[in-house]
Design a binder for this molecule. Structure first.
Ligand code: GDP
Length: 465
């Protein structure tokens, strides 16, 4: 009888154990790797972690502990938590190396259920948490599913101005070597695609720009070097009519570009949404608002445009592209302004309201049917300590930390604008921050952070009741 009871209990446990897939994204260097490393670290320390007062499951003592367990999706690379912690614990501490592809890690969270059938049937339950990390650049590709190669080329031609036009010169210089109606020449296409890809890299690295399409070209992951990443928009075909364009044979240069573009749409963009995106339950989108404030108006506006594009993946209105193609199930999205420790604490509310403004348009679109959204500012791994300095007889807020080169520094990085920055802001442009290295810490203490507990409460609080 006892044995049957035990078996029954196990069965109940198994069927009632629950599972949540939390996706973490953001453009490159937004802070995904730091965020996931901290998230896992905070959860691994729940029983002794005094730094999570806003996370109700820990505050009220319902979350008993967390353990890392083998992930189920064998084909997705593992997130390098140990490697990240090793970097942070080394002397001097360094930042974890970022991941460049999708990666995943799984935690089992043991908790005391507080309500519902679980409370009646079990003393403790397990919530399996899959944390999936993927580059935000991949979301910039969603609109490609609605554009054929002609329309995409036209769109790319329209954005070639300012910094982009300057950075594109080497690629554009090859236009006379390319006859779209000549027999397909793979080597030539590979060469010109190389220059186009270089242009995209330079947009990010030199131009401080974020909106780059196709997103996989700059973060290729396992597709690096594959022909599916060898095509480019034909931005210089003003004299060719749409009809001529459509009638180009499969065996021409243009035919090859079109077929690679279609392959990219079907096997790269669609596959990501089908295999990954449509399996996510919760999403956090990390945004580094501070770097574009440092870099200037073009970079800032470009990030805004990139965020708008990225948000299209969360428009689930009936007629939306998303709904037509996939059945997404994300019910909560959190936007987080990262690296809040780069600015003094009284600026944190400004950071949140700036982020709110950045995502507001898309947020307001009523098509966010049934998705809850919120904004926070946080620091995944706090690298500075706030304090005050005396300046002209007054106490002024300041930050203290060590630069990457190890030099101790106390500074006031500047005011964060509460609203989208005006012309006047850019003219005064008093904003300037330096990169700090992480604080040194002991291996048994949780990572210092700002408001990770608020993010945890929003993303997981209801799942642990
Ligand atoms: P990813 O490309 O989105 O994975 O970005 P990372 O997590 O690698 O972060 C990029 C860089 O931003 C790191 O190397 C750090 O220099 C910095 N960073 C990330 N999170 C924080 C944070 O919470 N505080 C500070 N001061 N810097 C951070």
């Amino acid at each position: 009888m006892n044995r049957i009871g035990n078996e029954l209990n196990k069965l109940v446990n198994r069927s009632l154990d629950r599972h949540v897939r939390l996706a973490v994204t953001g453009l490159s260097r937004a802070g995904k790797t730091a965020f996931i490393t901290s998230l896992v670290n905070q959860l691994m320390h729940v029983s002794t972690n005094p730094r999570l007062p806003l996370f109700s499951a820990v505050r009220d003592g319902h979350l008993l502990g967390a353990k890392r367990v083998p992930q189920i999706d064998m084909h997705v690379p593992r997130f390098g938590y140990e490697e990240g912690m090793q970097s942070l614990l080394s002397t001097p501490p360094t930042w974890p190396a970022p991941t460049r592809d999708v990666s995943q890690t799984r935690l089992a969270l043991r908790y005391k259920p507080q309500r519902g059938p679980l409370k009646l049937l079990q003393d403790t339950a397990t919530l399996y948490l899959d944390i999936v990390d993927y580059p935000g650049e991949w979301l910039l590709d969603l609109p490609l599913l609605d554009l054929d190669f002609y329309a995409w080329s036209k769109q790319q031609a329209q954005v070639l101005k300012g910094k982009r036009l300057t950075l594109a010169q080497d690629w554009l210089a090859l236009k006379d070597t390319f006859d779209p109606f000549a027999p397909a020449d793979e080597a030539l296409i590979e060469k010109i695609s190389g220059f186009f890809t270089e242009y995209l890299y330079r947009c990010k690295a030199e131009g401080g720009l974020h909106w780059v399409q196709p997103g996989r070209f700059v973060l290729p992951g396992e597709l690096s070097g594959a022909p599916v990443l060898q095509f480019f928009p034909l931005v210089w075909l003003d004299g060719v009519t749409e009809q001529q364009w459509a009638s180009a044979g499969e065996d021409t240069n243009l035919g090859m570009l079109k077929s690679r573009y279609r392959y990219y749409q079907q096997h790269v963009v669609k596959a990501f949404y089908k295999e990954h995106f449509s399996t996510f339950d919760r999403q956090i989108i990390l945004v580094d608002c501070l770097q574009p404030l440092n870099a200037g108006p073009e970079s800032f506006n470009d990030m805004r445009q990139a965020l708008d594009q990225l948000m299209q993946s969360f428009r689930y209105g009936r007629s939306s592209l998303m709904r037509r193609l996939f059945s997404p199930r994300i019910d909560k999205v959190l936007f987080a302004a990262t690296k809040a420790d780069h600015v003094t604490p009284e600026q944190h509310p400004h950071l949140v309201s700036l982020l709110q403004q950045l995502v507001n348009e898309a947020w307001q679109t009523a098509s966010f049917e049934g998705i809850e959204m919120d904004c926070v500012s946080l620091s995944s791994i706090q690298a500075t300590e706030p304090g005050f300095v005396e300046y002209q007889g007054k106490q002024m807020p300041a930050l203290r930390g060590h630069t990457m080169a190890g030099e101790a520094k106390t500074l006031y990085p500047g005011d964060v604008p509460k609203r989208l920055p005006s012309e006047a802001f850019w003219q005064q442009s008093g904003f300037d921050f330096v990169n700090f290295r992480p604080l040194g810490l002991q291996s048994d203490e949780p990572l210092p952070h700002i408001r990770m507990d608020k993010a945890l409460e929003y993303l997981l609080g209801d799942k642990l009741r």
